[in-house]
Design a protein around this ligand. Structure first.
Ligand code: ZN
Ligand code: ZN
Length: 273
């Protein structure tokens, strides 16, 4: 099995200070074969723009990854990846982004429901909770149905943020809608990410074992594994503890990507077969 962390943020993301060398050296120290540098690119509701997220910035990211790839050749396989948030809010430009660069791997995610980051929603009010969950799942279904990506990141992100507000909101409350998202992923040959960042503060990764099992039941074939590290100390966090869970849900092992295709390849001195 290739040991890979396919969800890492460098200081090219606005919420990370970690430079790519620290990330690569830590990954090598941990014995990883492959990492994906998957910096953020967020789409917003019309009228709200962010200075950082533009194609010029992605070009710079690509150059940094290429340079590191040459520098660490033979020690580490480095994927040029991206985490695209809310692509369904601007499908045209999101699709233009995915086709304009030679990404190895694309994560899709949904961080901002109704224009507000999930970190700032009210999880105490019953009506607001339900509205947030339904809108979140509707957005995920749109992304899963029509966007050009490889793996859907942190499927139950609402859990991470609602726990911080002291009242958990689990996507398991809406099984039918969640299964619709999972079935769509499976039918399109997309992967579901197992994201270990929640294990830093809670007993389960994202998604939970039961939801991962639903993915298998709906025909899901591919799982990717990511720490969502924004600091090198979080790279591959608790990976050993989730391999068993992934296997027990019927998936042989997490896949990695090469030129946007899933593969179970072996790693040999800096390149994948
Ligand atoms: Zn994310
Ligand atoms: Zn992330």
């Amino acid at each position: 099995m290739v040991k890979a962390d396919l969800h890492i943020h460098s200081n090219m993301s606005p919420d990370s200070k970690e430079d790519i060398d620290s990330i690569c050296l830590k990954a090598i120290e941990l014995g990883l074969d492959t990492i994906a540098i998957s910096d953020h690119y967020e789409f917003y509701w019309p009228g709200r723009e962010h200075n950082i997220f533009n194609f010029k910035h992605v070009e710079e990211e690509q150059k940094i990854v290429e340079k590191a790839r040459i520098h660490y050749n033979g020690s580490l396989n480095i994927l040029f990846a991206i985490e695209i948030g809310q692509p369904h809010l601007d499908f045209h430009n999101a699709m233009r982004l995915t086709s304009s660069f030679d990404f190895d791997f694309i994560l899709a995610s949904f961080h901002k429901v109704g224009g507000t980051d999930l970190a700032f929603h009210d999880y105490q009010d019953d009506e607001e909770r339900r509205r947030t969950l339904l809108e979140y799942l509707d957005g995920l279904l749109l992304i899963a149905s029509a966007f050009d990506f490889d793996s859907l990141a942190h499927l139950d992100l609402v859990k991470r943020y609602s726990l911080r507000h002291g009242r958990m909101l689990g996507i398991e409350e809406e099984e039918e809608r969640v299964r619709a998202v999972l079935k769509t992923l499976a039918m399109r040959g997309k992967a579901l990410e197992v994201n270990t960042s929640l294990l830093r503060s809670y007993v389960e990764p994202m998604p939970s074992q039961s939801v991962l099992r639903w993915f298998k039941e709906e025909g899901g074939e591919f799982v990717t594994l990511g720490s969502d590290a924004h600091r090198s100390s979080d790279i591959a966090f608790e990976f050993d503890s989730v391999y068993d869970m992934i296997n027990s849900c019927g998936f042989s092992s997490p896949v990695i990507y090469k030129n946007r295709r899933p593969c179970n390849c072996t790693f040999s001195g800096g390149s994948l077969c």
